[in-house]
Design a protein around this ligand. Structure first.
Ligand code: NAP
Ligand code: GDD
Length: 405
Protein backbone atom coordinates (compact mmCIF):
# COMPACT_ATOMS: atom_id res chain seq x y z
CA UNK A 1 0.00 0.00 0.00
CA UNK A 2 1.51 3.31 -0.97
CA UNK A 3 1.85 5.99 1.64
CA UNK A 4 -0.16 9.21 1.26
CA UNK A 5 1.98 12.26 0.48
CA UNK A 6 3.50 13.87 3.54
CA UNK A 7 1.67 16.77 5.20
CA UNK A 8 4.92 18.30 6.36
CA UNK A 9 5.88 21.49 4.59
CA UNK A 10 9.65 21.58 4.52
CA UNK A 11 11.18 24.93 5.41
CA UNK A 12 12.92 25.26 2.08
CA UNK A 13 9.71 24.66 0.09
CA UNK A 14 7.36 27.52 -0.81
CA UNK A 15 5.05 27.68 2.17
CA UNK A 16 3.02 30.86 2.35
CA UNK A 17 0.02 31.64 0.29
CA UNK A 18 1.97 33.71 -2.23
CA UNK A 19 4.11 30.69 -2.97
CA UNK A 20 7.16 32.42 -1.47
CA UNK A 21 9.46 30.80 1.02
CA UNK A 22 8.91 31.86 4.61
CA UNK A 23 11.51 34.60 5.22
CA UNK A 24 13.12 32.76 8.12
CA UNK A 25 13.16 29.49 6.20
CA UNK A 26 10.94 27.81 8.78
CA UNK A 27 8.12 25.31 8.35
CA UNK A 28 4.58 26.31 9.23
CA UNK A 29 3.41 24.55 12.39
CA UNK A 30 -0.04 24.22 13.90
CA UNK A 31 -0.57 26.55 16.88
CA UNK A 32 -0.53 23.62 19.31
CA UNK A 33 2.17 20.98 19.18
CA UNK A 34 1.02 17.83 17.42
CA UNK A 35 3.06 14.78 16.33
CA UNK A 36 4.72 15.54 13.01
CA UNK A 37 3.54 13.48 10.08
CA UNK A 38 6.98 12.73 8.67
CA UNK A 39 7.75 10.97 5.42
CA UNK A 40 9.99 7.89 5.52
CA UNK A 41 13.68 8.67 6.09
CA UNK A 42 14.66 7.88 2.45
CA UNK A 43 12.40 10.68 1.22
CA UNK A 44 13.26 13.03 4.07
CA UNK A 45 17.01 12.61 3.52
CA UNK A 46 16.76 13.85 -0.05
CA UNK A 47 16.95 17.31 1.50
CA UNK A 48 20.17 18.62 3.02
CA UNK A 49 19.36 20.78 6.02
CA UNK A 50 21.81 21.38 8.85
CA UNK A 51 21.09 22.79 12.29
CA UNK A 52 24.16 24.06 14.14
CA UNK A 53 24.41 25.03 17.79
CA UNK A 54 27.48 27.17 18.48
CA UNK A 55 27.31 28.63 14.98
CA UNK A 56 28.84 31.93 16.12
CA UNK A 57 32.02 30.22 17.35
CA UNK A 58 35.24 29.41 15.51
CA UNK A 59 34.10 25.99 14.28
CA UNK A 60 30.52 27.09 13.62
CA UNK A 61 31.67 29.74 11.16
CA UNK A 62 33.91 27.35 9.21
CA UNK A 63 31.25 24.64 9.21
CA UNK A 64 28.63 27.06 7.90
CA UNK A 65 30.87 28.05 4.98
CA UNK A 66 31.63 24.41 4.26
CA UNK A 67 27.98 23.29 4.28
CA UNK A 68 26.69 26.24 2.25
CA UNK A 69 29.31 25.43 -0.39
CA UNK A 70 27.96 21.87 -0.45
CA UNK A 71 24.46 23.19 -1.13
CA UNK A 72 22.99 22.70 2.34
CA UNK A 73 20.41 24.95 3.90
CA UNK A 74 22.05 26.00 7.15
CA UNK A 75 20.19 27.03 10.30
CA UNK A 76 22.11 28.28 13.32
CA UNK A 77 21.17 28.86 16.94
CA UNK A 78 22.45 32.14 18.36
CA UNK A 79 22.27 33.41 21.90
CA UNK A 80 20.77 36.75 22.71
CA UNK A 81 23.58 39.10 23.62
CA UNK A 82 23.64 42.83 24.29
CA UNK A 83 26.63 43.10 21.96
CA UNK A 84 26.98 41.51 18.53
CA UNK A 85 28.14 37.90 18.70
CA UNK A 86 27.87 37.22 14.96
CA UNK A 87 31.17 38.76 13.85
CA UNK A 88 32.49 35.47 12.45
CA UNK A 89 29.36 35.11 10.28
CA UNK A 90 28.97 38.61 8.83
CA UNK A 91 30.49 37.65 5.49
CA UNK A 92 27.86 34.89 5.07
CA UNK A 93 24.75 36.57 6.36
CA UNK A 94 22.33 38.20 3.93
CA UNK A 95 19.27 40.17 4.90
CA UNK A 96 16.48 37.73 4.04
CA UNK A 97 14.28 40.61 2.86
CA UNK A 98 16.87 41.82 0.38
CA UNK A 99 18.70 38.71 -0.75
CA UNK A 100 17.10 35.48 0.52
CA UNK A 101 19.67 32.71 0.75
CA UNK A 102 20.06 29.34 2.44
CA UNK A 103 21.46 30.64 5.71
CA UNK A 104 19.20 31.36 8.68
CA UNK A 105 19.86 32.36 12.28
CA UNK A 106 17.45 31.81 15.17
CA UNK A 107 17.55 32.82 18.80
CA UNK A 108 17.92 29.87 21.14
CA UNK A 109 20.08 28.55 23.91
CA UNK A 110 21.27 25.14 25.02
CA UNK A 111 19.79 25.93 28.44
CA UNK A 112 16.29 26.33 26.96
CA UNK A 113 14.64 23.02 26.04
CA UNK A 114 11.43 24.57 24.76
CA UNK A 115 13.27 26.71 22.27
CA UNK A 116 15.28 23.69 21.08
CA UNK A 117 12.15 21.59 20.54
CA UNK A 118 10.45 24.46 18.74
CA UNK A 119 13.40 25.01 16.40
CA UNK A 120 13.84 21.29 15.75
CA UNK A 121 10.18 20.90 14.80
CA UNK A 122 10.18 23.89 12.49
CA UNK A 123 13.56 23.40 10.84
CA UNK A 124 13.32 19.62 10.37
CA UNK A 125 17.06 19.17 10.02
CA UNK A 126 18.76 16.20 8.41
CA UNK A 127 22.02 16.85 10.29
CA UNK A 128 22.46 18.42 13.73
CA UNK A 129 25.90 19.64 14.81
CA UNK A 130 26.14 20.33 18.54
CA UNK A 131 29.09 22.74 18.71
CA UNK A 132 27.61 25.03 21.35
CA UNK A 133 29.51 25.05 24.62
CA UNK A 134 31.16 27.10 27.31
CA UNK A 135 34.39 25.95 25.74
CA UNK A 136 37.09 27.60 27.85
CA UNK A 137 38.78 25.13 30.21
CA UNK A 138 40.11 27.70 32.69
CA UNK A 139 36.76 29.54 32.80
CA UNK A 140 35.03 26.25 33.61
CA UNK A 141 36.70 26.27 37.03
CA UNK A 142 34.95 29.58 37.76
CA UNK A 143 31.65 28.68 36.05
CA UNK A 144 31.49 24.97 36.85
CA UNK A 145 27.70 24.73 37.24
CA UNK A 146 26.95 26.79 34.13
CA UNK A 147 29.46 24.76 32.14
CA UNK A 148 27.74 21.54 33.23
CA UNK A 149 24.34 22.98 32.34
CA UNK A 150 25.35 24.00 28.82
CA UNK A 151 27.97 21.42 27.86
CA UNK A 152 26.48 18.33 29.54
CA UNK A 153 22.73 18.88 29.99
CA UNK A 154 22.59 21.07 26.88
CA UNK A 155 23.65 18.05 24.84
CA UNK A 156 20.92 15.99 26.47
CA UNK A 157 18.38 18.73 25.73
CA UNK A 158 19.31 18.76 22.05
CA UNK A 159 19.16 14.98 21.78
CA UNK A 160 15.80 14.99 23.53
CA UNK A 161 14.51 17.69 21.19
CA UNK A 162 15.27 15.29 18.34
CA UNK A 163 13.36 12.53 20.12
CA UNK A 164 10.45 14.75 21.07
CA UNK A 165 9.96 15.66 17.42
CA UNK A 166 10.13 12.03 16.34
CA UNK A 167 13.29 12.65 14.32
CA UNK A 168 15.45 9.86 15.76
CA UNK A 169 15.59 8.09 12.40
CA UNK A 170 15.35 11.29 10.39
CA UNK A 171 18.43 13.19 11.42
CA UNK A 172 22.05 12.55 12.23
CA UNK A 173 23.72 14.05 15.25
CA UNK A 174 27.32 15.22 15.71
CA UNK A 175 28.63 15.85 19.23
CA UNK A 176 31.67 18.10 19.65
CA UNK A 177 33.63 15.88 22.00
CA UNK A 178 37.14 16.74 22.97
CA UNK A 179 40.63 15.53 23.74
CA UNK A 180 40.11 17.16 27.17
CA UNK A 181 38.32 13.88 27.99
CA UNK A 182 41.77 12.24 28.18
CA UNK A 183 42.99 14.84 30.73
CA UNK A 184 45.51 13.00 32.85
CA UNK A 185 46.40 10.81 29.93
CA UNK A 186 46.33 7.06 30.46
CA UNK A 187 48.29 6.29 27.29
CA UNK A 188 50.27 8.10 24.60
CA UNK A 189 49.12 8.67 21.91
CA UNK A 190 45.40 8.84 22.68
CA UNK A 191 42.91 7.02 20.45
CA UNK A 192 39.21 6.06 20.50
CA UNK A 193 39.99 3.25 22.96
CA UNK A 194 42.07 5.26 25.46
CA UNK A 195 40.32 5.51 28.87
CA UNK A 196 39.12 8.99 29.85
CA UNK A 197 40.36 10.96 32.89
CA UNK A 198 39.03 14.54 32.63
CA UNK A 199 40.76 17.24 34.65
CA UNK A 200 38.35 20.18 34.65
CA UNK A 201 34.64 20.93 35.06
CA UNK A 202 34.65 21.41 31.28
CA UNK A 203 36.18 17.97 30.72
CA UNK A 204 33.75 16.33 33.14
CA UNK A 205 30.75 18.02 31.51
CA UNK A 206 31.96 16.88 28.10
CA UNK A 207 32.32 13.35 29.49
CA UNK A 208 28.59 13.31 30.25
CA UNK A 209 27.87 14.66 26.77
CA UNK A 210 30.05 11.95 25.23
CA UNK A 211 28.24 9.16 27.05
CA UNK A 212 24.72 10.50 26.56
CA UNK A 213 25.45 10.61 22.84
CA UNK A 214 26.60 6.97 22.92
CA UNK A 215 23.58 6.07 25.05
CA UNK A 216 21.04 7.65 22.66
CA UNK A 217 22.72 5.87 19.78
CA UNK A 218 22.45 2.51 21.53
CA UNK A 219 19.06 3.04 23.18
CA UNK A 220 17.15 4.65 20.31
CA UNK A 221 19.16 3.60 17.28
CA UNK A 222 20.01 7.20 16.51
CA UNK A 223 22.81 8.05 14.11
CA UNK A 224 24.71 9.95 16.81
CA UNK A 225 28.51 10.23 16.81
CA UNK A 226 31.23 11.78 18.90
CA UNK A 227 34.08 13.57 17.18
CA UNK A 228 36.89 13.52 19.74
CA UNK A 229 38.76 16.52 18.42
CA UNK A 230 42.18 17.62 19.53
CA UNK A 231 42.93 21.35 19.67
CA UNK A 232 42.26 23.16 16.42
CA UNK A 233 43.03 26.77 15.83
CA UNK A 234 42.75 29.47 13.18
CA UNK A 235 42.69 33.25 12.79
CA UNK A 236 39.07 32.97 14.02
CA UNK A 237 40.09 31.42 17.34
CA UNK A 238 38.91 33.30 20.42
CA UNK A 239 41.64 35.53 21.82
CA UNK A 240 41.65 34.00 25.29
CA UNK A 241 42.84 30.63 23.95
CA UNK A 242 46.60 30.39 24.09
CA UNK A 243 47.43 30.26 20.36
CA UNK A 244 45.43 33.32 19.41
CA UNK A 245 46.53 35.15 22.54
CA UNK A 246 50.11 34.55 21.41
CA UNK A 247 49.67 35.47 17.73
CA UNK A 248 47.75 38.68 18.54
CA UNK A 249 50.42 39.67 21.08
CA UNK A 250 53.24 38.98 18.61
CA UNK A 251 51.55 41.31 16.11
CA UNK A 252 50.98 44.00 18.75
CA UNK A 253 54.56 43.75 20.07
CA UNK A 254 56.00 43.87 16.55
CA UNK A 255 53.95 47.00 15.84
CA UNK A 256 55.03 48.53 19.20
CA UNK A 257 51.47 48.52 20.57
CA UNK A 258 52.14 46.11 23.42
CA UNK A 259 55.28 45.55 25.51
CA UNK A 260 55.03 42.02 26.83
CA UNK A 261 53.02 38.79 26.52
CA UNK A 262 51.98 37.23 29.86
CA UNK A 263 51.31 33.50 29.82
CA UNK A 264 50.69 30.57 32.18
CA UNK A 265 52.07 27.05 31.80
CA UNK A 266 54.68 27.10 29.02
CA UNK A 267 55.38 23.37 29.32
CA UNK A 268 51.87 22.16 28.40
CA UNK A 269 51.91 20.24 25.12
CA UNK A 270 49.10 20.20 22.60
CA UNK A 271 48.28 18.48 19.33
CA UNK A 272 47.34 21.59 17.34
CA UNK A 273 45.67 21.43 13.92
CA UNK A 274 43.78 23.87 11.69
CA UNK A 275 40.04 24.26 12.35
CA UNK A 276 39.16 24.13 8.64
CA UNK A 277 40.61 20.62 8.33
CA UNK A 278 38.62 19.45 11.36
CA UNK A 279 35.32 20.78 10.01
CA UNK A 280 35.58 18.46 7.04
CA UNK A 281 36.12 15.57 9.45
CA UNK A 282 32.94 16.45 11.37
CA UNK A 283 30.91 16.35 8.21
CA UNK A 284 32.49 13.10 7.05
CA UNK A 285 31.46 11.44 10.34
CA UNK A 286 27.80 12.02 9.43
CA UNK A 287 28.05 10.67 5.87
CA UNK A 288 27.95 7.00 6.82
CA UNK A 289 31.37 5.81 5.57
CA UNK A 290 32.38 2.46 6.94
CA UNK A 291 28.98 1.66 8.47
CA UNK A 292 26.37 -0.61 6.93
CA UNK A 293 23.20 0.97 8.28
CA UNK A 294 20.87 -1.32 6.36
CA UNK A 295 22.53 -4.28 8.11
CA UNK A 296 21.75 -2.59 11.45
CA UNK A 297 25.31 -1.45 12.16
CA UNK A 298 25.79 1.65 14.31
CA UNK A 299 28.15 4.49 13.47
CA UNK A 300 31.29 4.90 15.57
CA UNK A 301 33.19 7.72 17.26
CA UNK A 302 36.35 9.22 15.79
CA UNK A 303 39.50 11.00 16.94
CA UNK A 304 40.66 13.90 14.77
CA UNK A 305 44.24 14.93 15.47
CA UNK A 306 47.53 15.67 13.71
CA UNK A 307 49.62 13.02 15.48
CA UNK A 308 52.17 15.71 16.56
CA UNK A 309 52.51 17.51 19.85
CA UNK A 310 54.24 20.82 20.65
CA UNK A 311 54.85 22.73 23.92
CA UNK A 312 53.31 26.19 24.35
CA UNK A 313 56.88 27.53 24.49
CA UNK A 314 57.52 26.24 20.96
CA UNK A 315 54.35 27.91 19.68
CA UNK A 316 55.62 31.18 21.19
CA UNK A 317 59.05 30.82 19.54
CA UNK A 318 57.58 29.99 16.14
CA UNK A 319 55.08 32.86 16.32
CA UNK A 320 57.79 35.44 17.12
CA UNK A 321 59.90 33.81 14.42
CA UNK A 322 57.26 34.70 11.79
CA UNK A 323 58.01 38.43 12.36
CA UNK A 324 61.76 37.80 12.58
CA UNK A 325 62.09 38.11 16.36
CA UNK A 326 64.46 35.57 17.87
CA UNK A 327 63.92 34.77 21.56
CA UNK A 328 66.38 33.91 24.33
CA UNK A 329 64.79 32.15 27.30
CA UNK A 330 66.05 32.39 30.89
CA UNK A 331 64.83 31.47 34.38
CA UNK A 332 62.38 28.74 35.23
CA UNK A 333 58.85 28.28 36.59
CA UNK A 334 57.15 31.59 37.38
CA UNK A 335 60.47 33.38 36.79
CA UNK A 336 60.89 32.17 33.24
CA UNK A 337 61.04 34.90 30.62
CA UNK A 338 62.08 35.48 27.03
CA UNK A 339 64.02 38.40 25.58
CA UNK A 340 64.14 39.69 22.05
CA UNK A 341 67.75 38.82 21.17
CA UNK A 342 68.16 41.98 19.05
CA UNK A 343 66.72 44.59 21.43
CA UNK A 344 67.28 42.83 24.78
CA UNK A 345 63.68 43.68 25.78
CA UNK A 346 61.67 41.14 27.77
CA UNK A 347 58.72 40.16 25.56
CA UNK A 348 57.35 37.06 27.35
CA UNK A 349 56.77 36.56 31.07
CA UNK A 350 54.84 34.11 33.24
CA UNK A 351 51.82 35.13 35.31
CA UNK A 352 50.52 32.38 37.64
CA UNK A 353 46.95 33.71 37.30
CA UNK A 354 46.86 31.75 34.03
CA UNK A 355 47.73 28.45 35.73
CA UNK A 356 44.85 25.99 36.14
CA UNK A 357 43.87 24.24 39.38
CA UNK A 358 44.41 20.94 37.55
CA UNK A 359 46.29 20.88 34.26
CA UNK A 360 46.27 18.70 31.17
CA UNK A 361 50.00 18.47 30.53
CA UNK A 362 50.16 16.46 27.33
CA UNK A 363 47.80 15.73 24.46
CA UNK A 364 48.81 13.73 21.43
CA UNK A 365 46.18 12.12 19.24
CA UNK A 366 46.21 9.10 16.98
CA UNK A 367 43.96 9.83 13.97
CA UNK A 368 44.50 6.41 12.34
CA UNK A 369 40.83 5.35 12.51
CA UNK A 370 39.56 8.55 10.87
CA UNK A 371 42.25 8.27 8.20
CA UNK A 372 41.38 4.65 7.47
CA UNK A 373 37.56 4.76 7.65
CA UNK A 374 36.72 8.33 6.63
CA UNK A 375 39.68 9.01 4.37
CA UNK A 376 40.27 12.13 6.48
CA UNK A 377 43.72 13.66 6.83
CA UNK A 378 44.80 17.02 8.16
CA UNK A 379 46.30 19.23 5.46
CA UNK A 380 47.71 22.24 7.31
CA UNK A 381 51.04 21.66 9.07
CA UNK A 382 51.97 23.20 12.42
CA UNK A 383 54.35 25.86 11.00
CA UNK A 384 51.77 26.87 8.37
CA UNK A 385 49.10 27.25 11.05
CA UNK A 386 51.31 29.51 13.18
CA UNK A 387 52.27 31.59 10.15
CA UNK A 388 48.67 32.02 8.97
CA UNK A 389 47.54 33.13 12.43
CA UNK A 390 50.39 35.62 12.95
CA UNK A 391 49.96 37.09 9.47
CA UNK A 392 46.21 37.50 9.97
CA UNK A 393 46.80 39.25 13.30
CA UNK A 394 49.48 41.49 11.79
CA UNK A 395 47.08 42.57 9.07
CA UNK A 396 44.36 43.17 11.67
CA UNK A 397 46.63 45.22 13.95
CA UNK A 398 47.94 47.31 11.04
CA UNK A 399 44.41 48.00 9.81
CA UNK A 400 43.09 48.72 13.31
CA UNK A 401 40.66 45.78 13.03
CA UNK A 402 39.31 45.08 16.49
CA UNK A 403 37.56 41.70 16.13
CA UNK A 404 35.38 40.67 19.04
CA UNK A 405 36.63 37.06 19.14
P1 NAP B 1 33.90 28.60 20.61
O1 NAP B 1 34.58 29.43 19.58
O2 NAP B 1 34.10 28.93 22.04
O3 NAP B 1 32.33 28.62 20.28
C1 NAP B 1 31.39 28.14 21.21
C2 NAP B 1 30.01 28.39 20.65
O4 NAP B 1 29.04 27.93 21.61
C3 NAP B 1 29.69 29.89 20.42
O5 NAP B 1 28.89 30.00 19.27
C4 NAP B 1 28.90 30.26 21.65
O6 NAP B 1 28.04 31.37 21.47
C5 NAP B 1 28.09 28.97 21.81
N1 NAP B 1 27.47 28.87 23.12
C6 NAP B 1 28.03 29.07 24.33
N2 NAP B 1 27.11 28.90 25.29
C7 NAP B 1 25.95 28.58 24.68
C8 NAP B 1 24.64 28.32 25.12
N3 NAP B 1 24.31 28.37 26.41
N4 NAP B 1 23.69 28.00 24.21
C9 NAP B 1 24.00 27.99 22.89
N5 NAP B 1 25.22 28.24 22.40
C10 NAP B 1 26.18 28.54 23.30
O7 NAP B 1 34.28 27.06 20.43
P2 NAP B 1 34.92 26.30 19.17
O8 NAP B 1 36.39 26.36 19.30
O9 NAP B 1 34.25 26.75 17.94
O10 NAP B 1 34.50 24.81 19.51
C11 NAP B 1 33.26 24.27 19.06
C12 NAP B 1 32.90 23.07 19.92
O11 NAP B 1 33.92 22.09 19.83
C13 NAP B 1 32.75 23.37 21.41
O12 NAP B 1 31.73 22.54 21.90
C14 NAP B 1 34.08 22.97 22.00
O13 NAP B 1 33.91 22.61 23.35
C15 NAP B 1 34.43 21.78 21.13
N6 NAP B 1 35.85 21.52 20.92
C16 NAP B 1 36.67 22.50 20.49
C17 NAP B 1 38.01 22.21 20.23
C18 NAP B 1 38.95 23.26 19.73
O14 NAP B 1 40.16 23.04 19.81
N7 NAP B 1 38.48 24.36 19.19
C19 NAP B 1 38.48 20.91 20.42
C20 NAP B 1 37.60 19.92 20.84
C21 NAP B 1 36.27 20.23 21.07
P3 NAP B 1 28.58 32.88 21.69
O15 NAP B 1 29.33 33.24 20.42
O16 NAP B 1 27.34 33.65 21.90
O17 NAP B 1 29.49 32.86 22.88
N1 GDD C 1 44.22 30.01 27.58
C1 GDD C 1 45.49 30.08 27.99
N2 GDD C 1 46.02 31.30 28.31
N3 GDD C 1 46.20 28.94 28.08
C2 GDD C 1 47.50 29.04 28.47
C3 GDD C 1 48.08 30.26 28.79
C4 GDD C 1 47.31 31.44 28.72
O1 GDD C 1 47.76 32.55 28.99
N4 GDD C 1 49.38 30.03 29.11
C5 GDD C 1 49.58 28.72 29.00
N5 GDD C 1 48.44 28.11 28.62
C6 GDD C 1 48.26 26.66 28.44
C7 GDD C 1 47.06 26.10 29.19
O2 GDD C 1 47.37 25.90 30.57
C8 GDD C 1 46.84 24.80 28.42
O3 GDD C 1 47.67 23.79 28.94
C9 GDD C 1 47.29 25.14 27.00
O4 GDD C 1 48.00 26.39 27.09
C10 GDD C 1 46.16 25.29 26.00
O5 GDD C 1 45.19 26.17 26.55
P1 GDD C 1 43.95 26.71 25.68
O6 GDD C 1 44.44 27.33 24.44
O7 GDD C 1 43.12 27.53 26.60
O8 GDD C 1 43.21 25.38 25.23
P2 GDD C 1 42.81 24.05 26.02
O9 GDD C 1 43.72 22.98 25.53
O10 GDD C 1 42.73 24.28 27.47
O11 GDD C 1 41.32 23.80 25.51
C11 GDD C 1 41.01 23.93 24.12
O12 GDD C 1 41.19 22.69 23.48
C12 GDD C 1 40.32 21.63 23.94
C13 GDD C 1 40.67 20.36 23.14
O13 GDD C 1 41.77 19.74 23.72
C14 GDD C 1 39.56 24.41 24.03
O14 GDD C 1 39.26 24.72 22.68
C15 GDD C 1 38.59 23.34 24.49
O15 GDD C 1 37.25 23.77 24.23
C16 GDD C 1 38.87 22.05 23.72
O16 GDD C 1 38.01 21.03 24.13
Amino acid sequence: MSRPPSKVIYPEQPSNKDGQRNKEGLAELPAAFAPLDLPPPEEYFQRKVALISGITGQDGAYLTEFLLEKGYTVHGIIRRSSSFNTGRLHHLYEDQHERPNKFHLHYGDLTDSTALVFLMARILPTEVYNLGAQSHVKVSFSLAEYTADVDAIGTLRLLDAIRTCGLTKHCRFYQASTSELYGLVQEVPQSETTPFYPRSPYGVAKLYAYWITVNYREAYGMYAVNGILFNHESPRRGRTFVTRKITRAVAEIYENKQACLWLGNLDAQRDWGHARDYIEGMWLMLQGQGVNLTAGEQPGDFVLATGETHPVREFVEKAFGVVGIELAWSGSGVDEEARDVKTGKVVVKVDPQYFRPAEVELLLGNPAKAERVLGWKRKVKFDELVKEMVEADLAAVRNFVEDQN
